[in-house]
Design a protein around this ligand. Sequence first.
Ligand SMILES: CC(C)(COP(=O)(O)OP(=O)(O)OC[C@H]1O[C@@H](n2cnc3c(N)ncnc32)[C@H](O)[C@@H]1OP(=O)(O)O)[C@@H](O)C(=O)NCCC(=O)NCCS
Length: 167
Amino acid sequence: MRRAIGPDIPFIMRTERLEGYEELIDRWEEAQHRAALAESRYKYFVAEADGRLVGFAILRDWASSEQTTLVQRVAVAEPGRGLGRAIMWAVVRAAFTETDVHRLWLGCFTDNLRAQRSYEAVGFVAEGVARGSAFFRGKHCDELVLSLLRPEWEALVRRLAKSPRTP
Ligand SMILES: CC(C)(COP(=O)(O)OP(=O)(O)OC[C@H]1O[C@@H](n2cnc3c(N)ncnc32)[C@H](O)[C@@H]1OP(=O)(O)O)[C@@H](O)C(=O)NCCC(=O)NCCS
């Protein structure tokens, strides 16, 4: 896992546009990605395995004065192989160790059970459904809100230190 740079944008855009993902995540044009990448409140991460890019995550409100950060978007090139969970674990760790964030949170479409499961695997807790919170492809959609608070993450890290394995 590393910070993304400009040349990673085509991979991020290709991944956003994978077949089936149009129902699950938003997609941005290149100019919007370049503008966000240049803004300090956004942090872009890409994951590499065997020398190739396999996934990305975009966080918004990085190091915000409210100490809350949104996981804006995450996607992998090959779903269902454990990559999403590994990326989320690395992203969560980066946020809690590199900033003083207290609350990491995200919204997920209520029927995206695969994503929910990978978030819960790294400690995110479902809070409830925010009705009509996403205006997506011309429709107002409900989102399940999940969050992970710093004390919960610290407890998880302590537990794993006793029985070392990433979730
Ligand atoms: C969401 C995403 C990043 C998760 O990454 P991933 O590599 O596919 O996820 P993982 O393999 O780490 O974990 C998926 C889990 O969901 C489970 N799962 C898969 N399909 C499922 C389904 N239809 N219903 C319930 N659980 C499902 C898997 O069994 C696995 O859980 P387990 O390890 O406990 O068995 C990835 O699927 C993705 O890019 N999806 C498209 C974009 C997207 O939905 N982004 C998130 C928007 S909120």
